[in-house]
Design a protein around this ligand. Structure first.
Ligand code: HAM
Length: 417
């Protein structure tokens, strides 16, 4: 039996690629306009990094990580998200010493052992950004403005930006206590996960898939913010309004990762079903320190590439076609055409050919299918005459080109177009 891909992982086929490349290129251009630089960090790290940053009592760390012992007996994990590795690199390379605000972006695969379903995979891709160094609320506004601009540029509308503040170590404790006393009475009626989280991570109870809608009257973090956190959140709100970035406050928005402080957000879509969060992120002012760096603010987001792609419209995104199809008729012409093909490609012309040496009729079919505008026909007779035939696939007009000056002629026609 043929071997198949692992459950929950997906091939991204050439036909899907134009959308992927369009999204990636749009993100790169936008992020670079905002002063962000690309970073590539390893796809695997010591397990401890993720446990310490994402939090030992989160779903990701408790049950979703691909963790194994390598041949040296060290515990290694395939990265379930990008922030921890980027922060590790930021600390390891002392990037904080180079500038006050380090703006980084990344793209690549992440791995979580979740129950696969539409929009949820075990290997999925994220495009993410992290702005490290400052806890100024304008950095939050900048990051949110960039997220908004990205979805505008890729033509995806109808998303809602939900924001909340999770406070900081000063004020979160009081909220956690209030939430616990509220939950206490309901505890016997809640699911096993909620009962466990009540002890380990009470904020996560609000996000329970089973009982989440039972907490509409729970206390909210916004009522417990200390003055600096409150001012921070108000500045972010005012900034978003000033920049005309639509948002909603969702006071019960909590995140599945423990490193968040203050501003947290999700970009959600009505019709993606349960997997309706396209992008998410927030501030994490304690994380750099937790990983061994100085006390440094940070904020970022990551978008799920598969989810973003599913919302994009492919109709205006052209699949790149060859400019020229080289049709060599017969074995002699195939051999003769080899250096021509090489020369044209070296000159930057996108050329397709199939080496079959088959009949003109069959090659014209292939040329049509390839999407090339022009076909260069070379057979025995053309070699003998020192001239090739150039056929315009749309108008069917044909002209002759001297083999001696072929490369220059084609470069002129194709590269200036
Ligand atoms: P996250 O909410 O865990 O945050 O993931 C961000 C996005 O990745 C989600 O909104 C979703 O679109 C996508 N995603 C997550 N899991 C899957 C999956 N199994 N299949 C498909 N897509 C998925 C983070 O990862 C944080 N590191 C974001 C961040 C960056 N916060 C600060 N900086």
């Amino acid at each position: 039996m043929a071997i198949q891909a692992i459950k929950g992982v997906k091939d991204i086929l050439p036909a899907d690629m134009p959308l992927w490349q369009h999204l990636e290129a749009t993100a790169r251009k936008l992020f670079e306009d905002y002063g962000f630089s690309e970073i590539r960090v390893p796809v695997f790290e010591y397990t401890e990094l993720f446990a310490r940053s994402i939090g030992v009592s989160t779903d990701i760390v408790e049950k979703e990580m691909y963790t194994f012992e390598d041949r040296d007996g060290r515990k290694i994990t395939l990265r379930p998200e990008g922030t921890a590795g980027v922060v590790r690199a930021f600390v390891e390379h002392k990037m904080y010493a180079e500038s006050q605000l380090t703006r980084l972006y990344y793209m690549g695969p992440m791995f979580r052992h979740e129950r696969p379903q539409k929009g949820r995979y075990r290997q999925f891709y994220q495009i993410g950004v992290e702005a490290l160094g400052l806890d100024h609320p304008h950095v939050d506004i900048e990051v949110l403005a960039m997220l908004h601009a990205l979805f505008t540029r890729i033509g995806v509308g109808g998303l809602t930006l939900q924001i909340n503040s999770l406070g900081d170590s000063e004020c979160r404790g009081a909220y956690r206590d209030a939430l616990k006393s509220y939950l206490k009475a309901k505890l016997p009626t809640l699911c096993g996960d909620c009962q466990r989280r009540y002890e380990t991570n009470p904020l996560r109870v609000l996000d329970c898939k089973v009982d989440g809608d039972k907490f509409a009257d729970s206390p909210i973090m916004l009522d417990y913010l200390c003055t600096p956190c409150k001012e921070h959140f108000e500045t972010v709100e005012a900034g978003l309004r000033k920049l005309d970035i639509p948002f909603e406050i969702n006071p019960r928005l909590v995140r599945g990762l423990d490193y968040y402080t203050r501003t947290t957000f999700e970009l959600v879509m009505g019709h993606l079903g349960a997997q309706n969060t396209v992008a998410a992120g927030g501030r994490y002012d304690g994380l750099v320190r937790e990983i061994g760096g100085p006390a440094t603010g940070g904020i970022g987001f990551a978008l799920g590439v598969e989810r973003a792609i599913s919302l994009m419209n492919s109709t205006n995104i052209a699949r790149p076609c060859p400019a020229l199809f080289l049709s060599a008729l017969g074995a002699e012409a195939v051999a003769f055409a080899l250096p021509i093909l090489h020369d044209l490609r070296s000159a930057g012309i996108r050329v397709d050919t199939d080496y079959s040496g088959s009949s003109l009729k069959s090659q014209m079919k292939k040329a049509d299918k390839s999407g090339a505008d022009l076909t260069l026909i070379i057979g025995e007779q053309e070699i003998a005459n020192g001239k090739a035939i150039l056929r315009n696939m749309q108008t069917k007009e044909q002209s002759e080109l001297l083999l001696a000056t072929l490369k220059e002629d084609l470069k002129k026609r194709l590269l200036s177009a």
